[in-house]
Design a protein around this ligand. Sequence first.
Ligand code: SF4
Ligand code: FES
Length: 232
Amino acid sequence: MKERTVTVYRTAKKTVDEFTVPYNERTTILDALEYIRLQKDPDLMYRQSCHHGSCGTCGMAVNGEFVLSCIKRLADIPEDQAVRIEPLPTMHQIGDLAFDPAEFFNEFPDDIEYKRVSEVNTDAPVPRDMEHYERFESCIECGLCVTSCPVTEDWMGPAALASIHRMIEKNPDDADTWLDRAADKRGVERCTKDFSCSRVCPTGVAPGKRITLLGSMIKKREKARASEEKPE
Ligand code: SF4
Ligand code: FES
């Protein structure tokens, strides 16, 4: 195996520590961190769970790029470039590369539908209490979109707005209720159309596009309401 030097930002100590890690073409950033924690520094903190891009816990900044560390491979970074691993900057950091996602999760509407019908067997019954475990469609709630977004205050954020758009797609009859939420002053109108959210999203949710679509729906509804109110 080849070796590579990586630097890791340590939130608690406010230091940047350097480690040498072995790697091959399959070694991910998360593998490198596991190696460091097991072999060199058991105090290193980061979040992880699935190791295959589906739990959304392992987001971090690698050379300034917001990525899932279980997917980003060391070999994807040219050998002449340093490897700098840092926490996601706008999240509430609780230690080294680990962040507390509570604030981010709280932006999702409480009554969002988490269940989806099986694509394979549409008649399959959904197990009891499944809604406590299922994630919302293809969004893995990693927060990369929120971190990449230039709007940082008074803002529901791209993931929560994308979830509202998906609810309208699934339940068009309830569109008015969901559009009211998207039209909140912390909603669509705060978007600056930067689209970095769509660029970083690892699962193709395309929040930027969904926010734009919500904006068009809101405008269309306003127009329709205004023409209804016009005197004959
Ligand atoms: S929309 Fe994409 S980037 Fe944002 S939280 Fe969901 S999966 Fe992550
Ligand atoms: S460890 Fe689950 S997405 Fe990376």
